[in-house]
Ligand binder design. Structure first.
Ligand code: SAJ
Length: 438
C-alpha cells in the first residue's frame, strides 16, 4: 500500500496541523475546507487558529510545494475526515459536517483508497453511518476500499508535538483497513500505532475524555465541600496526590472546550440508562460556573450589584479558544444579576457577550471595578504584579477560581483574596440552596 496523495477534509485545529504535517513529510496533500474564508486566509499566508508553532509548520508545508488548499476534494489515495462534531441543544451529536464530508468524497472514491474518520463520533458511526454513505459510490467498504476510525488525541496548546509523539489508535472496519491506516499514519507518528476495530476506537476516544470529565467533576465537588468545611482544597489535593495511586485533577470554574464537555454526552446518547455517573459528572461541571458566580457575590457580601473585572475568557490556560468556555458563562450570569461586567482576554477576542463589556486592555477592565475575578490560568494573568494591579484598580477584593495567585503577595499589597475551595483562609460561604440543575 502506498499513499502518495492525501485529501484532508476540514482545516481546523486538527485538520490543518495534520494536513501540514503530512505535507512536510513529503506527501502531496489537498486540504479541503467548505469555509471560503478559511481557504482565503490560508492562501494569503495567514492562519485562522492560534496554536504554538502552527504558523511555521503551515508555511513550511506551503513552502515545500506539497500542500494546496481548496473548497472541494480531489481524487487521492487516502481521505482523512477531520471536521467538527458539535453538540445539539438536546445533547446529541450533530454529525452534519461529518455526513457532508463523507458525501463529498463519494465522486472521487476509487478502488484501493483509504478513508479515515478522525472526528469524535458516537459509537458505531463509522460502521453504521459512514460505510453506507461511502458505499453509495458503488464500491464496497472493507472490500473495494479501506475504512477506519482513528481518533485525534492532541491537546490544544501542544498539538504539533502530540500529533507526532502520542500513541495512535487505528480501528479498521476490517483488519486490512486497520493495516492500511497504520501505513498512512506511520508516515509521521513516532508513538505506537495500535490496531483495533472501528467501534472500539470510537469508544476509546470517548472514554478518555469522559474519564477526564468525571475526574474534574470530583475535584470541583471537593472544592465546594472544602469551602463549606473550612478546608483549603488546594492543600488537601496536594496532600492526597502524594498517595501513589491517587491523582486528583484541578478544580476550576467548570469544564469548557469542544471535547471534554461534549464527548461524554455521545456515550449518554447511546445508552442513557447505563450512564448515571457520566450524567452526574456533566451536571456538576456544568453548574460549577454558577458556583463561581455565587463566590463572587459572596466576596462582595452578597451584594446583588456592583462591578467586576473578569480576567480570562478562554476555556483554559494559554489558548485563545472560547468554545464552551465556563468563564463566558460566569460573565453572562453576573451581568444578569445587575453586575457591571468588564471582561478581558489576553489572547484577544472578536466576540460579543450580551450584557458584558469585553474590553481590549487589562487597564480598561480594572479601572473602575469593585472586585477582580481570575477565571483562566493564563501565564500572563498569573504573573500580574499585585502592586501594579493596586495602582490600576480601586478593587481590593479578588476572586481566584483557578488557584493562580498566591495569597501572601496580594494580601501584602492590600487585597483580600477569595480562592475557590480556599476554605480556612476565608470565612466559610453561607449555606446555599445549591441545585444541580441549570
Ligand atoms: N480542566 C479542569 N481541571 C483540570 C483539567 C482541566 O478544570 O484539572 C478544565 C480545563 O480548564 C478546560 C477543560 O477542563 O476547561 C478541558 O481541558 P483539558 O485540558 O482537559 O482538555 P482539552 O479539551 O483541551 O483536550 C482534551 C484532551 N483529552 C484528554 O486529555 C483526555 C485531548 O487529549 C483531546 O485530544 C481533546 O480533549 C479532544 O480533542 O478530544
Amino acid at each position: 500500500m502506498k499513499f502518495e496523495k492525501i485529501c484532508v477534509l476540514g482545516l481546523g485545529y486538527v485538520g490543518l496541523p495534520t494536513a501540514s504535517t503530512f505535507a512536510t513529510y513529503g506527501m502531496k496533500v489537498v486540504g479541503v475546507d467548505v469555509n471560503r474564508r478559511v481557504i482565503d486566509t490560508l492562501q494569503n499566508g495567514e492562519i485562522h487558529i492560534h496554536e504554538p508553532g502552527l504558523r511555521t509548520l503551515v508555511q513550511a508545508a506551503f513552502g515545500s510545494g506539497n500542500l494546496v488548499v481548496m473548497e472541494k476534494p480531489e481524487p487521492a489515495d487516502a481521505f482523512v475526515i477531520a471536521v467538527p462534531t458539535p453538540i445539539r441543544q438536546d445533547k446529541t451529536a450533530d454529525l452534519d459536517h461529518v455526513l457532508k464530508a463523507a458525501e463529498s468524497i463519494i465522486p472521487y472514491l476509487q478502488v484501493g483508497n483509504l478513508v479515515v474518520l478522525e472526528s469524535t463520533s458516537p459509537p458505531r458511526t463509522t460502521v453504521e453511518i459512514i460505510a453506507p454513505i461511502l458505499e453509495r459510490s458503488g464500491l464496497k467498504a472493507g472490500q473495494d476500499f479501506y475504512l477506519a476510525y482513528s481518533p485525534e488525541r492532541v491537546l490544544p496548546g501542544q498539538i504539533l508535538r502530540e500529533l507526532v509523539v502520542n500513541d495512535r489508535v487505528v480501528g479498521g472496519i476490517t483488519p486490512s483497513s486497520s493495516k492500511a491506516g497504520r501505513e498512512l499514519y506511520s508516515t509521521f507518528v513516532r508513538g505506537n500505532i495500535v490496531l483495533t476495530d472501528a467501534t472500539t476506537a470510537e469508544m476509546v476516544k470517548l472514554m478518555e475524555n469522559t474519564y477526564r470529565d468525571v475526574n474534574i467533576a470530583i475535584a470541583n465537588e471537593f472544592s465546594r465541600l472544602a469551602d463549606r468545611l473550612g478546608v483549603n482544597v488546594w492543600e488537601a489535593i496536594e496532600l492526597a496526590n502524594r498517595h501513589p495511586r491517587v491523582q486528583i485533577l484541578r478544580p476550576g470554574p467548570g469544564v469548557g472546550g469542544h471535547c471534554v464537555s461534549v464527548d461524554p454526552w455521545f456515550l449518554v446518547q447511546s445508552e442513557p440508562e447505563l450512564t448515571p455517573l457520566i450524567q452526574t459528572a456533566r451536571r456538576v461541571n456544568d453548574t460549577q460556573p454558577d458556583y463561581v458566580v455565587e463566590l463572587v457575590r459572596w466576596a462582595l457580601n452578597g451584594r446583588k450589584e456592583g462591578s467586576v473585572a473578569i480576567l480570562g475568557l478562554a476555556y483554559k490556560a494559554d489558548v485563545d479558544d472560547l468554545r464552551e468556555s465556563p468563564a463566558i458563562h460566569v460573565a453572562e450570569q453576573l451581568s444578569k444579576t445587575d453586575f457591571q461586567v468588564f471582561a478581558y482576554e489576553p489572547f484577544g477576542v472578536d466576540f460579543d457577550i450580551p450584557g458584558v463589556h469585553v474590553v481590549p486592555t487589562l487597564e480598561a477592565a480594572l479601572k473602575s471595578v469593585d472586585v477582580v475575578a481570575l477565571l483562566v490560568r493564563h501565564t500572563k494573568l498569573v504573573e500580574l504584579e499585585p502592586d501594579w494591579v493596586a495602582s490600576h484598580s480601586p478593587a481590593r477584593i479578588l476572586v481566584d477560581a483557578v488557584n493562580g495567585w498566591k495569597p501572601e503577595p496580594w494580601e501584602a499589597a492590600g487585597f483580600r483574596l477569595v480562592r475557590l475551595g480556599g476554605g480556612i483562609n476565608q470565612p466559610i460561604p453561607p449555606k446555599r440552596e445549591a441545585s444541580l440543575e441549570r
